[in-house]
Design a protein around this ligand. Structure first.
Ligand code: NAI
Length: 244
């Protein structure tokens, strides 16, 4: 039985991905800063999916010690970690000069540095095992410009390019690395937008919709699965046609 570690698993896409992998009989380590929500969700999912194991670990993905603890916890429970999804992320809005310095630092730490920390903690074992799959959640904002998205675009732009270096450096160890780049997706993060903004995003889609988190989870599952064995170093947009 295979095991995956998913960050940002208490909500939105991470929670949907957790359900998708459990439904395919994977073990899942759910990692999230939000311990209350994360533990409640893990308890309920472990009752729903009895063929595999789901556990929760409170983690701040921007903190080195916290991420090391997540890796130690995961390796203690499961012999081998087959895949990780670096999905936890935050959004900060504003034109560049309006963004407070601590918000700039925070988004860079949560959305970008977290991938460095997760890699340092999980990839050495994947290298030893000569196998592994890594997925990062990037964003269409890493590909396009948009109003009031300077810090977020910069952070996700870094993730968009990082996938190539990771795929090049780790390919020789049998490790594949890909990004999913969601467009506007119906999660608690997106639902914070005013209805007027949501309507604008729907109108900007040629199929007149926003993305559902289940669509992202399905793409993540495909990219982790052996069906994607020839795909690495790619940034896969799942956007309902937004921004084409
Ligand atoms: P969400 O807000 O529903 O879920 C994000 C989860 O990450 C939350 O459970 C939160 O507690 C957790 N988290 C935040 N900071 C953390 C930290 N320091 N350590 C550990 N966990 C932390 O958001 P959603 O929409 O599911 O976002 C998932 C990913 O998708 C993020 O990377 C986001 O930037 C990205 N994304 C979202 C889009 C959208 O329209 N919803 C569009 C493009 C990308």
């Amino acid at each position: 039985m295979k095991t995956i570690v998913i960050t940002g698993a208490a909500s939105g896409m991470g929670l949907c991905a957790t359900k998708k992998f459990l439904s395919q009989n994977w073990n899942v380590v759910m990692a999230d800063f939000d311990s209350k929500n994360g533990q409640v969700k893990a308890d309920s999912l472990s009752k729903e999916f009895t063929n595999s194991k789901v556990v929760f670990k409170q983690t701040d993905v921007s903190d080195a010690e916290s991420v090391q603890n997540l890796a130690a916890f995961s390796h203690k429970i499961f012999d081998k970690i087959d895949a990780i999804i670096n999905n936890a992320g935050i959004f900060v809005s504003g034109a560049l000069h309006e963004i407070p310095e601590n918000s700039w630092d925070k988004i860079m730490n949560v959305d970008v540095k977290s991938i460095y920390l997760m890699t340092k903690s999980f990839v050495p074992d994947m290298i030893k095992n000569k196998s592994g799959v890594i997925i990062n959640t990037a964003s269409v904002s890493g590909l396009l410009g948009d109003y009031n998205m300077a810090a977020y675009s910069a952070a996700k732009g870094a993730v968009t390019n990082l996938v190539k270096s990771m795929a090049l450096d780790y390919g020789k160890y049998g490790i594949r690395v890909n990004n999913v780049a969601p467009g506007p997706t119906n999660t608690p993060m997106f639902q914070k937008n005013p209805q007027e903004t949501i309507d604008k995003f729907i109108a900007a889609s040629p199929i007149n919709k926003i993305v559902e988190p289940e669509d992202i989870a399905a793409t993540m599952y495909f990219l982790v699965s052996d069906d994607a064995r020839s795909i690495t170093g790619q940034n896969i947009p799942v956007t309902a046609g937004f921004g084409i």
